[in-house]
Design a protein around this ligand. Structure first.
Ligand code: IPE
Ligand code: IPE
Ligand code: MG
Length: 252
């Protein structure tokens, strides 16, 4: 570990680590283009960042890490790029499974995973099966995911229950809606990190991020390391989370 990073890690408040961190892993294409390479070169060089963020969160005792890997809208990209991304996904899952086992990490997915190529889907299911009994951090990979798609699924499921008389209209409160999201049972993220300098949400966790602290960094995803994760958590620890109250009301 670099000296500077050791100092940064030491300055983290161990009693105020977010339980759930969500990351929009952005900037692979620009990273490659800056090097005069094809966009897929950036995706291939993103594995280290994925590994560092998983390990970094696991070391700090984060309970849930959600990584936005492929959005519903990403299906509009050139066919070659989509194929390369799917191939890479299969490869990463196989390569990272031993690390997940070693670190007691459980893998789950959110999104329309049935729409992924069969090989990808099978591979994911295999890794989920292998890691299912792990009791440490839960790694949630968002694939063919978008917040609006998820809300649409939830609305359909709820209406279906009402029509079948399994649910009273008056019982549809916010926790009932939350239970119908793909993330049902998982606490909302306290911290969202987006790399590459883009200041938007891009259809990620719309329902869950009502009160999430947003952290944006210029770092392009393939360059993201544990020190950047620590920087983001330190920034989060310096925020005042008021949830609508006044500053005075939340002072201990
Ligand atoms: C993020 O990097 C990876 C995915 C969206 C799959 P991008 O591919 O969006 O890279 P930029 O934003 O074009 O640089
Ligand atoms: C968001 O990144 C989706 C993922 C990181 C998987 P994009 O690069 O697709 O987002 P936009 O299109 O720039 O908003
Ligand atoms: Mg992008």
């Amino acid at each position: 570990m670099k000296g500077q990073n050791r100092v940064m890690k030491a300055s983290l408040d161990k009693n105020n680590i977010p339980k759930h961190i969500a990351i929009i892993m952005d900037g692979n294409g620009r990273w490659a283009q800056k090097k005069g390479a094809m966009r897929v070169f950036g995706h291939r060089n993103a594995i280290t960042a994925v590994r560092e963020s998983i390990e970094g969160c696991s070391e700090l005792g984060v309970d849930f890490l959600t990584l936005y890997a492929f959005s519903t809208e990403n299906w509009s990209r050139p066919k070659d790029e989509i194929e390369a991304l799917m191939e890479l996904l299969v490869q990463t899952m196989s390569e990272e499974t031993p690390t997940m086992m070693k670190n007691n990490i459980r893998l789950i997915t959110i999104g329309d995973v049935d729409s992924l190529p069969e090989k990808c889907h099978q591979n994911l299911k295999e890794t989920m099966r292998t890691t299912a009994a792990n009791t440490g951090m839960t790694l949630i990979v968002a694939l063919s995911y978008s917040g609006r798609w998820e809300i649409q699924q939830a609305v359909k499921a709820i209406v279906n229950k009402v029509v079948n008389k399994e649910l009273e209209i008056d019982a549809i409160d916010q926790s009932e809606i939350g239970r119908h999201m793909n993330t049902g049972g998982i606490p909302d993220p306290e911290l969202l990190i987006r790399t590459s300098g883009e200041l938007r949400i891009s259809n990620f966790l719309l329902w869950q991020m009502a009160y999430t602290e947003l952290y944006f960094t210029e770092v392009l995803w393939p360059d993201f390391r544990k020190e950047h994760l620590h920087e983001a958590i330190i920034a989060y620890q310096n925020r005042e989370r008021r949830f609508g109250k006044t500053g005075e009301q939340i002072k201990p």
